[in-house]
Ligand binder design. Structure first.
Ligand code: F6P
Length: 551
Protein backbone atom coordinates (compact mmCIF):
# COMPACT_ATOMS: atom_id res chain seq x y z
CA UNK A 1 0.00 0.00 0.00
CA UNK A 2 1.73 3.27 -1.16
CA UNK A 3 2.37 5.74 1.65
CA UNK A 4 1.27 8.40 -0.84
CA UNK A 5 -2.22 6.98 -1.00
CA UNK A 6 -4.76 8.09 1.60
CA UNK A 7 -5.55 4.49 2.55
CA UNK A 8 -1.86 3.94 3.30
CA UNK A 9 -1.74 6.62 5.96
CA UNK A 10 -1.73 5.48 9.62
CA UNK A 11 -3.99 8.38 10.65
CA UNK A 12 -6.52 7.24 8.05
CA UNK A 13 -6.54 3.72 9.46
CA UNK A 14 -7.30 5.26 12.86
CA UNK A 15 -10.11 7.30 11.33
CA UNK A 16 -11.68 4.24 9.75
CA UNK A 17 -11.75 2.56 13.16
CA UNK A 18 -13.30 5.64 14.76
CA UNK A 19 -15.95 5.75 12.04
CA UNK A 20 -17.13 2.31 13.14
CA UNK A 21 -17.96 3.56 16.59
CA UNK A 22 -19.24 7.05 15.68
CA UNK A 23 -22.17 8.28 17.78
CA UNK A 24 -25.12 10.00 16.08
CA UNK A 25 -25.19 13.79 16.27
CA UNK A 26 -28.14 13.85 18.69
CA UNK A 27 -25.97 11.99 21.25
CA UNK A 28 -22.88 14.08 20.52
CA UNK A 29 -24.90 17.21 21.34
CA UNK A 30 -26.52 15.79 24.46
CA UNK A 31 -23.12 14.53 25.68
CA UNK A 32 -21.63 18.02 25.42
CA UNK A 33 -23.91 21.10 25.43
CA UNK A 34 -20.83 23.35 24.86
CA UNK A 35 -20.10 21.56 21.58
CA UNK A 36 -21.07 24.50 19.36
CA UNK A 37 -18.70 26.95 21.10
CA UNK A 38 -15.85 24.43 20.92
CA UNK A 39 -16.38 23.73 17.23
CA UNK A 40 -16.51 27.29 15.97
CA UNK A 41 -13.45 28.94 14.43
CA UNK A 42 -13.10 32.29 12.70
CA UNK A 43 -10.80 33.96 10.20
CA UNK A 44 -11.41 37.64 9.48
CA UNK A 45 -15.03 38.12 8.37
CA UNK A 46 -15.71 34.36 8.13
CA UNK A 47 -16.86 32.09 10.98
CA UNK A 48 -17.10 28.32 10.58
CA UNK A 49 -19.37 26.30 12.88
CA UNK A 50 -18.68 22.60 12.32
CA UNK A 51 -20.48 21.29 15.41
CA UNK A 52 -23.09 19.64 13.18
CA UNK A 53 -20.39 17.50 11.58
CA UNK A 54 -20.29 13.92 12.87
CA UNK A 55 -16.98 14.35 14.67
CA UNK A 56 -15.79 14.22 18.26
CA UNK A 57 -12.48 15.14 19.89
CA UNK A 58 -10.81 11.83 18.90
CA UNK A 59 -11.78 12.19 15.26
CA UNK A 60 -10.48 15.78 15.19
CA UNK A 61 -7.19 14.60 16.70
CA UNK A 62 -6.84 11.92 14.03
CA UNK A 63 -7.74 14.42 11.30
CA UNK A 64 -5.06 16.78 12.61
CA UNK A 65 -2.59 13.89 12.52
CA UNK A 66 -3.61 13.16 8.92
CA UNK A 67 -3.01 16.78 7.93
CA UNK A 68 0.50 16.59 9.34
CA UNK A 69 1.16 13.12 7.93
CA UNK A 70 0.30 14.45 4.46
CA UNK A 71 2.47 17.50 5.28
CA UNK A 72 -0.28 19.95 4.37
CA UNK A 73 1.84 22.90 5.61
CA UNK A 74 4.60 21.81 3.20
CA UNK A 75 2.15 21.39 0.34
CA UNK A 76 0.80 24.87 1.05
CA UNK A 77 4.29 26.36 1.07
CA UNK A 78 4.96 24.68 -2.29
CA UNK A 79 1.80 26.22 -3.77
CA UNK A 80 2.61 29.77 -2.66
CA UNK A 81 6.28 29.44 -3.65
CA UNK A 82 5.27 28.72 -7.23
CA UNK A 83 6.54 25.13 -7.31
CA UNK A 84 5.17 22.99 -10.18
CA UNK A 85 2.34 21.47 -8.13
CA UNK A 86 0.42 20.82 -11.40
CA UNK A 87 2.53 17.78 -12.35
CA UNK A 88 0.65 16.53 -15.43
CA UNK A 89 0.88 19.96 -17.09
CA UNK A 90 4.28 20.73 -15.52
CA UNK A 91 3.07 24.09 -14.21
CA UNK A 92 2.83 26.11 -11.04
CA UNK A 93 -0.62 27.23 -9.82
CA UNK A 94 -0.15 30.81 -8.69
CA UNK A 95 -3.65 32.28 -8.51
CA UNK A 96 -2.63 33.49 -5.05
CA UNK A 97 0.03 35.73 -6.62
CA UNK A 98 -2.70 37.59 -8.53
CA UNK A 99 -4.06 38.96 -5.25
CA UNK A 100 -0.86 39.32 -3.25
CA UNK A 101 0.92 42.65 -2.79
CA UNK A 102 4.01 42.57 -5.04
CA UNK A 103 6.32 42.09 -2.02
CA UNK A 104 4.49 38.90 -1.11
CA UNK A 105 4.78 37.22 -4.51
CA UNK A 106 7.43 34.87 -5.87
CA UNK A 107 10.01 36.88 -7.82
CA UNK A 108 9.58 37.65 -11.52
CA UNK A 109 5.83 38.26 -11.55
CA UNK A 110 5.89 41.99 -12.21
CA UNK A 111 3.61 41.38 -15.21
CA UNK A 112 0.77 40.78 -12.73
CA UNK A 113 0.69 44.48 -11.83
CA UNK A 114 1.19 45.54 -15.45
CA UNK A 115 -1.87 43.59 -16.58
CA UNK A 116 -3.93 44.78 -13.60
CA UNK A 117 -3.15 48.42 -14.46
CA UNK A 118 -3.70 47.76 -18.18
CA UNK A 119 -7.14 46.37 -17.26
CA UNK A 120 -7.83 49.36 -14.97
CA UNK A 121 -7.00 51.75 -17.83
CA UNK A 122 -9.36 49.93 -20.18
CA UNK A 123 -12.12 49.94 -17.55
CA UNK A 124 -11.60 53.69 -17.06
CA UNK A 125 -11.90 54.31 -20.81
CA UNK A 126 -15.17 52.38 -21.08
CA UNK A 127 -16.76 53.77 -17.91
CA UNK A 128 -15.75 57.39 -18.64
CA UNK A 129 -17.11 57.26 -22.19
CA UNK A 130 -13.74 57.67 -23.89
CA UNK A 131 -14.24 54.29 -25.50
CA UNK A 132 -16.74 54.77 -28.31
CA UNK A 133 -18.65 52.41 -30.62
CA UNK A 134 -18.26 52.41 -34.43
CA UNK A 135 -20.74 55.30 -34.78
CA UNK A 136 -19.06 57.35 -32.05
CA UNK A 137 -21.56 56.65 -29.28
CA UNK A 138 -20.41 55.73 -25.74
CA UNK A 139 -20.72 52.11 -24.56
CA UNK A 140 -23.87 51.29 -22.54
CA UNK A 141 -23.69 47.48 -22.50
CA UNK A 142 -20.92 44.90 -22.22
CA UNK A 143 -21.40 41.22 -23.02
CA UNK A 144 -18.85 38.72 -21.70
CA UNK A 145 -18.45 35.73 -24.01
CA UNK A 146 -16.84 32.89 -22.05
CA UNK A 147 -17.60 29.53 -20.46
CA UNK A 148 -16.51 27.61 -17.39
CA UNK A 149 -13.82 29.50 -15.50
CA UNK A 150 -14.09 32.34 -18.04
CA UNK A 151 -17.76 32.85 -17.13
CA UNK A 152 -18.83 31.35 -13.79
CA UNK A 153 -16.56 33.43 -11.51
CA UNK A 154 -17.23 36.86 -13.08
CA UNK A 155 -20.97 36.05 -13.31
CA UNK A 156 -21.14 34.94 -9.66
CA UNK A 157 -19.20 37.94 -8.30
CA UNK A 158 -21.01 40.51 -10.45
CA UNK A 159 -24.36 39.16 -9.26
CA UNK A 160 -23.30 38.92 -5.59
CA UNK A 161 -21.91 42.45 -5.26
CA UNK A 162 -24.38 44.46 -7.37
CA UNK A 163 -25.37 46.66 -4.41
CA UNK A 164 -21.75 47.87 -4.20
CA UNK A 165 -21.69 49.15 -7.80
CA UNK A 166 -19.68 52.34 -7.90
CA UNK A 167 -21.19 55.50 -9.45
CA UNK A 168 -18.70 55.45 -12.34
CA UNK A 169 -19.98 51.99 -13.33
CA UNK A 170 -23.68 52.50 -12.67
CA UNK A 171 -24.59 53.38 -16.30
CA UNK A 172 -23.00 50.24 -17.73
CA UNK A 173 -24.99 47.00 -17.97
CA UNK A 174 -22.89 43.83 -18.05
CA UNK A 175 -24.32 40.62 -19.50
CA UNK A 176 -22.96 37.09 -19.83
CA UNK A 177 -23.33 34.61 -22.70
CA UNK A 178 -21.73 31.17 -22.46
CA UNK A 179 -23.94 28.54 -24.10
CA UNK A 180 -22.67 26.89 -27.29
CA UNK A 181 -26.22 26.73 -28.74
CA UNK A 182 -26.36 30.52 -29.03
CA UNK A 183 -29.60 30.76 -27.03
CA UNK A 184 -28.30 33.35 -24.52
CA UNK A 185 -26.81 35.43 -27.32
CA UNK A 186 -30.07 35.15 -29.30
CA UNK A 187 -31.98 36.66 -26.37
CA UNK A 188 -29.42 39.39 -25.74
CA UNK A 189 -28.89 40.55 -29.33
CA UNK A 190 -32.64 41.08 -29.67
CA UNK A 191 -32.41 43.90 -27.10
CA UNK A 192 -28.90 45.29 -27.54
CA UNK A 193 -27.85 48.27 -29.64
CA UNK A 194 -24.88 47.32 -31.89
CA UNK A 195 -23.57 50.91 -31.74
CA UNK A 196 -23.17 50.92 -27.95
CA UNK A 197 -22.31 47.29 -27.07
CA UNK A 198 -18.80 46.05 -26.28
CA UNK A 199 -18.00 42.32 -26.29
CA UNK A 200 -15.27 40.77 -24.13
CA UNK A 201 -14.08 37.43 -25.50
CA UNK A 202 -12.77 35.62 -22.42
CA UNK A 203 -10.92 32.38 -23.01
CA UNK A 204 -7.66 31.19 -21.46
CA UNK A 205 -6.93 28.88 -24.40
CA UNK A 206 -8.78 30.94 -27.02
CA UNK A 207 -9.68 27.61 -28.59
CA UNK A 208 -12.96 26.87 -26.78
CA UNK A 209 -15.54 26.39 -29.52
CA UNK A 210 -18.42 27.49 -27.24
CA UNK A 211 -16.86 30.95 -26.86
CA UNK A 212 -15.46 31.29 -30.39
CA UNK A 213 -18.77 30.31 -31.99
CA UNK A 214 -20.55 32.94 -29.88
CA UNK A 215 -17.89 35.47 -30.90
CA UNK A 216 -18.35 34.58 -34.58
CA UNK A 217 -22.10 35.06 -34.29
CA UNK A 218 -21.55 38.48 -32.69
CA UNK A 219 -19.09 39.45 -35.42
CA UNK A 220 -21.66 38.49 -38.07
CA UNK A 221 -24.33 40.50 -36.21
CA UNK A 222 -22.15 43.59 -35.87
CA UNK A 223 -20.98 43.20 -39.48
CA UNK A 224 -24.54 43.86 -40.55
CA UNK A 225 -24.29 47.33 -39.04
CA UNK A 226 -20.60 48.15 -39.46
CA UNK A 227 -19.01 46.80 -42.67
CA UNK A 228 -15.60 48.29 -41.72
CA UNK A 229 -13.92 45.25 -40.14
CA UNK A 230 -10.98 47.16 -38.63
CA UNK A 231 -13.34 49.67 -36.99
CA UNK A 232 -15.64 46.89 -35.80
CA UNK A 233 -12.81 44.93 -34.08
CA UNK A 234 -11.24 48.07 -32.58
CA UNK A 235 -14.47 49.48 -31.15
CA UNK A 236 -16.49 46.42 -30.14
CA UNK A 237 -14.17 43.60 -29.07
CA UNK A 238 -11.75 43.08 -26.21
CA UNK A 239 -9.95 39.78 -25.77
CA UNK A 240 -8.80 38.21 -22.47
CA UNK A 241 -6.56 35.16 -22.84
CA UNK A 242 -3.28 33.43 -22.12
CA UNK A 243 -2.75 33.26 -25.90
CA UNK A 244 -1.82 36.58 -27.52
CA UNK A 245 -1.20 34.83 -30.87
CA UNK A 246 -4.69 33.35 -31.04
CA UNK A 247 -6.29 36.67 -30.12
CA UNK A 248 -4.35 38.39 -32.88
CA UNK A 249 -5.24 35.60 -35.31
CA UNK A 250 -8.92 36.12 -34.50
CA UNK A 251 -8.57 39.78 -35.45
CA UNK A 252 -8.17 41.51 -32.09
CA UNK A 253 -5.83 44.53 -32.22
CA UNK A 254 -3.02 44.35 -29.64
CA UNK A 255 -4.44 47.37 -27.79
CA UNK A 256 -7.67 45.41 -27.19
CA UNK A 257 -5.93 42.40 -25.65
CA UNK A 258 -5.54 41.59 -21.94
CA UNK A 259 -3.38 38.69 -20.84
CA UNK A 260 -2.91 36.18 -18.11
CA UNK A 261 -0.73 33.10 -17.84
CA UNK A 262 -0.80 29.33 -18.12
CA UNK A 263 0.11 29.12 -14.41
CA UNK A 264 -3.41 30.40 -13.64
CA UNK A 265 -6.04 27.62 -13.83
CA UNK A 266 -9.22 28.61 -15.66
CA UNK A 267 -11.39 27.93 -12.64
CA UNK A 268 -8.96 29.96 -10.49
CA UNK A 269 -8.76 32.89 -12.93
CA UNK A 270 -11.36 35.49 -11.82
CA UNK A 271 -8.51 37.28 -9.98
CA UNK A 272 -6.69 37.80 -13.27
CA UNK A 273 -7.87 39.87 -16.24
CA UNK A 274 -10.70 37.33 -16.60
CA UNK A 275 -12.18 39.53 -13.86
CA UNK A 276 -12.63 42.37 -16.40
CA UNK A 277 -16.46 42.06 -16.43
CA UNK A 278 -16.43 42.39 -12.62
CA UNK A 279 -14.40 45.61 -12.76
CA UNK A 280 -16.57 47.00 -15.59
CA UNK A 281 -19.83 46.17 -13.82
CA UNK A 282 -18.88 47.19 -10.27
CA UNK A 283 -15.84 49.47 -10.56
CA UNK A 284 -12.10 48.82 -10.27
CA UNK A 285 -12.01 49.69 -6.51
CA UNK A 286 -14.50 46.89 -5.83
CA UNK A 287 -12.32 44.45 -7.80
CA UNK A 288 -9.26 45.51 -5.80
CA UNK A 289 -11.23 44.93 -2.56
CA UNK A 290 -12.08 41.43 -3.78
CA UNK A 291 -8.37 40.73 -4.31
CA UNK A 292 -7.53 42.12 -0.87
CA UNK A 293 -10.12 39.93 0.86
CA UNK A 294 -8.80 36.81 -0.86
CA UNK A 295 -5.24 37.70 0.12
CA UNK A 296 -6.28 37.93 3.78
CA UNK A 297 -7.60 34.39 3.59
CA UNK A 298 -4.39 33.27 1.84
CA UNK A 299 -2.41 34.51 4.84
CA UNK A 300 -4.73 32.58 7.19
CA UNK A 301 -4.34 29.40 5.11
CA UNK A 302 -0.55 29.71 5.17
CA UNK A 303 -0.27 30.30 8.89
CA UNK A 304 -3.13 28.83 10.96
CA UNK A 305 -2.68 25.35 12.51
CA UNK A 306 -4.92 22.58 11.07
CA UNK A 307 -7.77 22.70 13.59
CA UNK A 308 -7.97 26.51 13.43
CA UNK A 309 -7.47 26.67 9.66
CA UNK A 310 -10.82 27.08 7.88
CA UNK A 311 -9.84 25.64 4.45
CA UNK A 312 -7.98 22.74 6.06
CA UNK A 313 -10.94 21.99 8.35
CA UNK A 314 -13.41 21.94 5.44
CA UNK A 315 -11.00 19.68 3.52
CA UNK A 316 -10.45 17.28 6.44
CA UNK A 317 -14.17 17.11 7.28
CA UNK A 318 -14.86 16.45 3.60
CA UNK A 319 -12.43 13.50 3.55
CA UNK A 320 -13.94 12.17 6.80
CA UNK A 321 -17.44 12.32 5.28
CA UNK A 322 -16.49 10.82 1.90
CA UNK A 323 -13.88 8.24 2.86
CA UNK A 324 -14.92 7.25 6.39
CA UNK A 325 -18.69 7.85 6.51
CA UNK A 326 -19.22 7.05 2.79
CA UNK A 327 -21.20 10.27 2.15
CA UNK A 328 -20.82 10.89 -1.60
CA UNK A 329 -23.07 13.93 -2.04
CA UNK A 330 -22.46 17.52 -0.95
CA UNK A 331 -25.03 20.32 -1.05
CA UNK A 332 -24.04 24.00 -1.15
CA UNK A 333 -26.86 26.03 0.43
CA UNK A 334 -26.31 29.79 0.48
CA UNK A 335 -29.10 31.49 2.42
CA UNK A 336 -28.63 34.64 0.34
CA UNK A 337 -30.14 35.47 -3.05
CA UNK A 338 -26.99 37.39 -3.93
CA UNK A 339 -25.09 34.08 -3.96
CA UNK A 340 -27.43 32.59 -6.55
CA UNK A 341 -24.53 31.50 -8.77
CA UNK A 342 -22.20 30.42 -5.97
CA UNK A 343 -23.24 26.73 -6.13
CA UNK A 344 -22.61 26.50 -9.89
CA UNK A 345 -19.28 28.29 -9.42
CA UNK A 346 -18.28 25.69 -6.81
CA UNK A 347 -19.53 22.83 -8.98
CA UNK A 348 -16.73 23.64 -11.44
CA UNK A 349 -14.16 24.59 -8.79
CA UNK A 350 -14.62 21.40 -6.77
CA UNK A 351 -15.65 18.77 -9.31
CA UNK A 352 -13.38 19.81 -12.21
CA UNK A 353 -10.50 20.02 -9.69
CA UNK A 354 -11.04 16.91 -7.60
CA UNK A 355 -13.15 14.69 -9.83
CA UNK A 356 -10.10 12.45 -10.32
CA UNK A 357 -9.39 8.72 -9.96
CA UNK A 358 -5.58 8.68 -10.22
CA UNK A 359 -2.83 10.25 -8.07
CA UNK A 360 -0.71 13.23 -9.13
CA UNK A 361 1.66 10.63 -10.54
CA UNK A 362 -1.10 8.77 -12.39
CA UNK A 363 -1.48 5.81 -10.05
CA UNK A 364 -5.10 4.53 -9.92
CA UNK A 365 -6.87 5.16 -6.60
CA UNK A 366 -8.66 2.58 -4.46
CA UNK A 367 -10.85 5.14 -2.70
CA UNK A 368 -13.42 7.81 -3.50
CA UNK A 369 -12.57 11.45 -4.15
CA UNK A 370 -14.79 14.49 -4.87
CA UNK A 371 -18.46 13.99 -3.94
CA UNK A 372 -21.26 15.02 -6.29
CA UNK A 373 -21.67 18.68 -5.43
CA UNK A 374 -24.68 20.76 -6.20
CA UNK A 375 -26.75 23.50 -4.65
CA UNK A 376 -29.27 26.27 -4.76
CA UNK A 377 -30.32 29.29 -2.67
CA UNK A 378 -31.05 27.56 0.65
CA UNK A 379 -34.47 28.97 1.43
CA UNK A 380 -35.66 28.20 -2.12
CA UNK A 381 -34.22 24.69 -1.97
CA UNK A 382 -36.38 24.09 1.11
CA UNK A 383 -39.24 24.05 -1.38
CA UNK A 384 -37.36 21.90 -3.88
CA UNK A 385 -34.99 19.12 -2.69
CA UNK A 386 -34.98 19.34 1.12
CA UNK A 387 -37.53 16.48 1.19
CA UNK A 388 -34.70 14.24 0.04
CA UNK A 389 -32.23 15.74 2.54
CA UNK A 390 -34.65 15.13 5.45
CA UNK A 391 -36.43 11.89 4.57
CA UNK A 392 -34.63 10.43 1.54
CA UNK A 393 -32.23 7.47 1.53
CA UNK A 394 -29.16 9.51 0.52
CA UNK A 395 -26.61 10.64 3.08
CA UNK A 396 -25.75 14.20 2.11
CA UNK A 397 -23.26 16.60 3.72
CA UNK A 398 -24.15 20.29 3.40
CA UNK A 399 -22.61 23.74 3.67
CA UNK A 400 -25.00 26.39 4.95
CA UNK A 401 -23.72 29.88 4.07
CA UNK A 402 -25.29 33.03 5.51
CA UNK A 403 -24.52 36.71 6.08
CA UNK A 404 -25.01 37.89 9.68
CA UNK A 405 -25.86 41.49 8.81
CA UNK A 406 -27.84 42.92 5.88
CA UNK A 407 -29.38 46.04 4.53
CA UNK A 408 -27.20 48.48 6.51
CA UNK A 409 -27.55 50.90 3.61
CA UNK A 410 -31.35 50.83 3.85
CA UNK A 411 -31.61 52.12 7.42
CA UNK A 412 -33.32 55.37 6.37
CA UNK A 413 -35.73 53.75 3.95
CA UNK A 414 -39.40 53.23 4.70
CA UNK A 415 -39.22 49.48 4.18
CA UNK A 416 -36.09 48.86 6.28
CA UNK A 417 -38.08 47.20 9.10
CA UNK A 418 -39.75 44.86 6.65
CA UNK A 419 -36.44 43.94 5.04
CA UNK A 420 -34.97 43.20 8.49
CA UNK A 421 -37.93 40.95 9.24
CA UNK A 422 -37.14 39.03 6.05
CA UNK A 423 -33.49 38.87 7.13
CA UNK A 424 -34.48 37.38 10.49
CA UNK A 425 -36.85 34.92 8.80
CA UNK A 426 -33.97 33.84 6.57
CA UNK A 427 -31.62 33.31 9.53
CA UNK A 428 -34.30 31.37 11.45
CA UNK A 429 -34.83 29.04 8.49
CA UNK A 430 -31.09 28.54 7.96
CA UNK A 431 -30.52 27.61 11.62
CA UNK A 432 -33.68 25.48 11.78
CA UNK A 433 -32.85 23.42 8.69
CA UNK A 434 -29.26 22.62 9.73
CA UNK A 435 -30.59 21.71 13.19
CA UNK A 436 -33.32 19.37 11.92
CA UNK A 437 -30.90 17.75 9.46
CA UNK A 438 -28.54 17.09 12.38
CA UNK A 439 -30.90 16.17 15.18
CA UNK A 440 -34.05 15.06 13.34
CA UNK A 441 -36.99 14.55 15.69
CA UNK A 442 -35.99 11.52 17.71
CA UNK A 443 -39.12 12.14 19.79
CA UNK A 444 -41.41 10.81 17.06
CA UNK A 445 -41.34 7.02 16.93
CA UNK A 446 -41.21 6.03 13.24
CA UNK A 447 -43.61 3.15 13.85
CA UNK A 448 -46.17 5.61 15.28
CA UNK A 449 -45.98 8.00 12.36
CA UNK A 450 -43.51 7.02 9.59
CA UNK A 451 -44.32 10.08 7.49
CA UNK A 452 -43.39 12.50 10.24
CA UNK A 453 -40.21 10.77 11.25
CA UNK A 454 -36.98 12.72 10.61
CA UNK A 455 -33.94 10.47 11.11
CA UNK A 456 -31.51 13.44 11.18
CA UNK A 457 -27.76 12.74 11.52
CA UNK A 458 -27.12 14.53 8.20
CA UNK A 459 -23.84 16.44 8.74
CA UNK A 460 -23.36 20.08 7.84
CA UNK A 461 -21.07 23.04 8.32
CA UNK A 462 -22.39 26.57 8.77
CA UNK A 463 -20.34 29.43 7.33
CA UNK A 464 -21.28 32.85 8.63
CA UNK A 465 -20.05 35.91 6.75
CA UNK A 466 -20.16 39.03 8.92
CA UNK A 467 -21.50 41.11 6.02
CA UNK A 468 -21.29 40.12 2.35
CA UNK A 469 -19.10 42.65 0.54
CA UNK A 470 -16.16 42.55 -1.90
CA UNK A 471 -13.58 41.79 0.81
CA UNK A 472 -15.58 39.03 2.52
CA UNK A 473 -16.62 37.49 -0.79
CA UNK A 474 -12.97 37.43 -1.86
CA UNK A 475 -12.18 35.58 1.34
CA UNK A 476 -15.10 33.17 0.89
CA UNK A 477 -14.01 32.20 -2.64
CA UNK A 478 -10.37 31.80 -1.57
CA UNK A 479 -11.59 29.61 1.32
CA UNK A 480 -13.10 27.12 -1.11
CA UNK A 481 -10.13 27.31 -3.50
CA UNK A 482 -7.83 26.34 -0.63
CA UNK A 483 -10.24 23.70 0.65
CA UNK A 484 -10.02 22.14 -2.82
CA UNK A 485 -6.20 22.24 -2.79
CA UNK A 486 -5.94 20.84 0.76
CA UNK A 487 -8.43 18.07 -0.08
CA UNK A 488 -6.53 17.18 -3.25
CA UNK A 489 -3.36 16.93 -1.17
CA UNK A 490 -5.12 14.57 1.28
CA UNK A 491 -6.32 12.42 -1.64
CA UNK A 492 -2.91 12.65 -3.38
CA UNK A 493 -4.46 13.97 -6.61
CA UNK A 494 -3.72 16.96 -8.89
CA UNK A 495 -6.52 19.58 -8.64
CA UNK A 496 -5.17 21.78 -11.44
CA UNK A 497 -5.59 19.67 -14.59
CA UNK A 498 -8.78 18.54 -16.35
CA UNK A 499 -7.84 15.93 -18.96
CA UNK A 500 -11.30 14.41 -18.66
CA UNK A 501 -12.94 17.23 -20.60
CA UNK A 502 -11.03 16.65 -23.83
CA UNK A 503 -12.41 13.45 -25.45
CA UNK A 504 -16.02 14.66 -25.59
CA UNK A 505 -14.87 17.85 -27.33
CA UNK A 506 -12.84 15.80 -29.81
CA UNK A 507 -15.73 13.46 -30.66
CA UNK A 508 -18.02 16.48 -31.12
CA UNK A 509 -15.50 17.91 -33.57
CA UNK A 510 -15.45 14.59 -35.49
CA UNK A 511 -19.23 14.44 -35.58
CA UNK A 512 -19.70 17.99 -36.87
CA UNK A 513 -18.95 17.34 -40.56
CA UNK A 514 -21.71 14.74 -40.53
CA UNK A 515 -24.18 17.07 -38.95
CA UNK A 516 -23.86 19.97 -41.31
CA UNK A 517 -27.29 20.57 -42.78
CA UNK A 518 -28.40 17.33 -41.13
CA UNK A 519 -32.07 17.82 -41.86
CA UNK A 520 -31.62 18.50 -45.56
CA UNK A 521 -28.93 15.85 -46.17
CA UNK A 522 -30.46 12.88 -44.43
CA UNK A 523 -34.15 13.37 -45.03
CA UNK A 524 -33.67 14.18 -48.68
CA UNK A 525 -33.41 11.00 -50.83
CA UNK A 526 -32.55 7.34 -51.25
CA UNK A 527 -28.87 8.10 -51.77
CA UNK A 528 -29.04 8.34 -48.07
CA UNK A 529 -27.69 4.75 -48.10
CA UNK A 530 -24.29 5.83 -49.47
CA UNK A 531 -24.13 8.67 -46.99
CA UNK A 532 -24.99 6.28 -44.17
CA UNK A 533 -22.08 4.10 -45.26
CA UNK A 534 -19.84 7.17 -44.84
CA UNK A 535 -20.88 7.62 -41.23
CA UNK A 536 -18.18 6.98 -38.58
CA UNK A 537 -18.09 3.68 -36.66
CA UNK A 538 -21.03 3.32 -34.30
CA UNK A 539 -23.17 6.06 -35.85
CA UNK A 540 -26.41 5.41 -37.68
CA UNK A 541 -29.01 7.71 -39.12
CA UNK A 542 -32.71 7.12 -39.28
CA UNK A 543 -35.21 9.58 -40.62
CA UNK A 544 -32.50 12.20 -40.72
CA UNK A 545 -31.56 11.72 -37.10
CA UNK A 546 -28.14 10.46 -36.13
CA UNK A 547 -27.96 8.00 -33.29
CA UNK A 548 -25.33 5.86 -31.74
CA UNK A 549 -25.68 2.17 -32.56
CA UNK A 550 -25.91 0.43 -29.18
CA UNK A 551 -22.93 -1.70 -28.07
O1 F6P B 1 -13.62 22.39 -20.86
C1 F6P B 1 -13.26 22.76 -19.60
C2 F6P B 1 -12.50 24.07 -19.60
O2 F6P B 1 -11.26 23.92 -20.18
C3 F6P B 1 -12.40 24.66 -18.21
O3 F6P B 1 -11.34 24.15 -17.48
C4 F6P B 1 -12.27 26.12 -18.52
O4 F6P B 1 -12.56 26.91 -17.43
C5 F6P B 1 -13.30 26.27 -19.64
O5 F6P B 1 -13.24 25.04 -20.36
C6 F6P B 1 -13.08 27.41 -20.57
O6 F6P B 1 -11.80 27.36 -21.12
P1 F6P B 1 -11.15 28.66 -21.80
O7 F6P B 1 -11.08 29.72 -20.79
O8 F6P B 1 -9.83 28.19 -22.30
O9 F6P B 1 -12.06 29.06 -22.93
Amino acid sequence: MSQELLTGRSAFVELQALAEQQKPLVDLFSDDPTRAEKMTVAAGSLTLDFSKQRVGAEVLKALEKLALEVDLPGRIAALFAGEKVNLSEDRAALHTALRAPSGKRPAGLEAVDEQLERMAALVEKVQSGVWRGFSGKRITDVVNLGVGGSDLGPLMVTQALREYTRPEAAHLKVHFASTIDGSQLFDLLAHLNPETTLFTISSKSFTTIDTLSNADTVRAWLGGYCPDSELLHRCHFVGVSASAEKMTAWGLPEANQLYFWDWVGGRFSLWATIGLPIALALGMPVFRELLAGAHELDEHFRSAPPLENLPMLLALLGVWNVNCLDIRAHAILPYDGRLKYFPSYLEQLEMESNGKSVTREGVPLDYATCPVLWGEIGANAQHAFYQLLHQGTQAVASDFIIAASRYESMKDSGHYESLMTQHELNIANCLAQSRVLALGNAAVDPTDNPFRHYPGNQPSSSLVVDSLNARSLGALIALYEHKVYAQASLWGINPFDQWGVELGKQVAKELLPYLNNVGARFASDDSDKSRRAALPQGLRSHNGFLYLKPG
